[in-house]
Design a protein around this ligand. Structure first.
Ligand code: PGU
Length: 397
């Protein structure tokens, strides 16, 4: 049997396992060392009780003949789709356009099935690696990278993507932590409309936006329902990284160039190769969106935002330029004088802090590292003290 040739286009390891390996190698060389993880964006704080109780009750219903349920609707449970539409989209999208999933990452991997390998795609650079790797796996070969730097306020020159079919866009951004403004998103939607492109908009961190002037969804921009698919997640809203629950919005108004509705194809794909999200996870999602759940998860989001603020301050005091970390749980720190894997290694070996090297998100990420705010307050305060007590000057020329 021949190997799928697309697999050979990927790096041998995905970014985060690569970091785990560096960590393991360091521990093998040095014996037990207390390392603090500011690397992978994985939540650390417990899920609020009201939400857990909802999942426990759902699990218990499975133990009774009268209340047992099996396969659910592949598109997701009706009450959850309605709540997402009402609570998160304020009625801007139709519940029928919402497809509940087992997470944004999984949907990003499946979405390319809609367009096939000949689609020309554009990616922000740096970007969440799954956009590129997921596309390569589907056989996509025409990829345009749109540099996002402090000089352009992390909003790319869209004219570079005029020939593309699909624009991947993430706001608040992973890894830079920068949220696009309304004006920028209006420009993005106008550009896609003019060039008859589709935007794949990832809002996994939208709940971290606390300024009502900044859109939390692409559908806040007029005309987006004709050019945008939005994918999102409960992972960073409610600590569901292990529970697994997300959704994708495919408006019924979205069409291919021949007028065929994309919605009906997405419905066909989800019912063919995906059997719906776990019914226990969906019960948890419903609890998250009730007033009590929302109040509790807001506290979690506030907590992580405070962590990000502390990390920003500690780095800034050391003269490091930092970006993001205000409307996002990621801080993007500039160490322009060393390759980012070297800065990563310095943080690991000298400071015992695990970060993520910027180059892992694309070549424009070179010279940066990403620090995540997902950790306990104790560990964030310890990290800040370490940063304060160590001159980072050897990393800066
Ligand atoms: N979209 C973006 C932009 C993300 O950063 C992540 C997680 C996801 C989607 C995944 O959402 P799920 O609903 O949980 O599938 N990014 C983390 C985790 C690493 C990973 O590979 O997913 C990160 O550290 O970048």
């Amino acid at each position: 049997m021949k190997r799928n040739p697309h697999l050979s286009l990927l790096q041998p390891q995905y970014l985060f396992p690569q970091i785990q390996q560096r960590k393991r190698e360091f521990l093998e060389r040095n014996g037990p060392v207390d390392l603090i993880s500011l690397g992978i964006g994985d939540t650390t704080e417990p899920i609020p009780n009201a939400v857990v109780n909802g999942m426990v009750a759902a699990a218990e219903r499975l133990a009774q003949k009268e209340t047992y349920t099996g396969y659910g609707a592949e598109q997701g449970q009706e009450p959850l789709r309605k709540m997402i539409a009402e609570v998160l989209y304020h009625g801007r999208v139709n519940p029928k356009a919402i497809f509940v999933s087992d997470g944004a990452k999984c949907d990003i991997g499946r979405l390319q099935l809609l367009f096939g390998p000949s689609a020309k795609i554009a990616l922000q650079d740096p970007a969440y690696p799954v956009y590129r790797d997921g596309s390569l796996l589907q056989g996509v070969s025409n990829i345009t990278y749109l540099p996002c730097t402090p000089e352009n306020d992390f909003f790319p020159d869209l004219s570079l993507a005029a020939h593309c079919d699909l624009l991947y866009f993430c706001s608040p951004n992973n890894p830079t932590g920068v949220a696009a403004t309304r004006t920028q998103l209006e420009e993005l939607v106008a550009f896609a409309r003019e060039n008859q492109q589709i935007i794949l908009f990832d809002t996994a961190y939208a709940a971290y936006i606390q300024d009502s002037a900044i859109p939390r969804s692409i559908y806040e921009i007029e005309g987006a329902e004709e050019v945008a698919i939005e994918t999102s997640s409960f992972s960073k809203i409610a600590g569901f990284t292990g529970v697994r629950l997300g959704w994708t919005v495919v408006p019924e108004t979205l069409k291919y160039e021949d007028g065929h509705p994309i919605h009906s194809d997405w419905n066909r794909i989800t019912s063919t190769i995906f059997n719906g999200a776990s019914n226990i996870a969906q019960a948890g999602g419903i609890e998250v969106l009730k007033p009590e759940g929302l109040a509790e998860v807001q506290k979690l989001i506030h907590f992580y935002r405070e962590n990000a603020h502390l990390l920003r301050e500690a780095l800034q005091k050391q003269g490091i330029s930092v970006y993001g970390g205000v409307h996002a749980p990621y801080v993007w720190a500039h160490f322009p004088d060393a390759p980012s894997w070297e800065t990563f290694q310095y943080f690991l070996e000298k400071l015992h802090l695990i970060t993520t090297p910027g180059s892992g998100f694309g070549s424009t990420g070179e010279g940066f590292i990403r620090l995540t705010a997902f950790n306990s307050r104790e560990n964030i305060i310890r990290s800040c003290k370490i940063i304060a007590n160590n001159s980072l000057s050897s990393l800066i020329l």
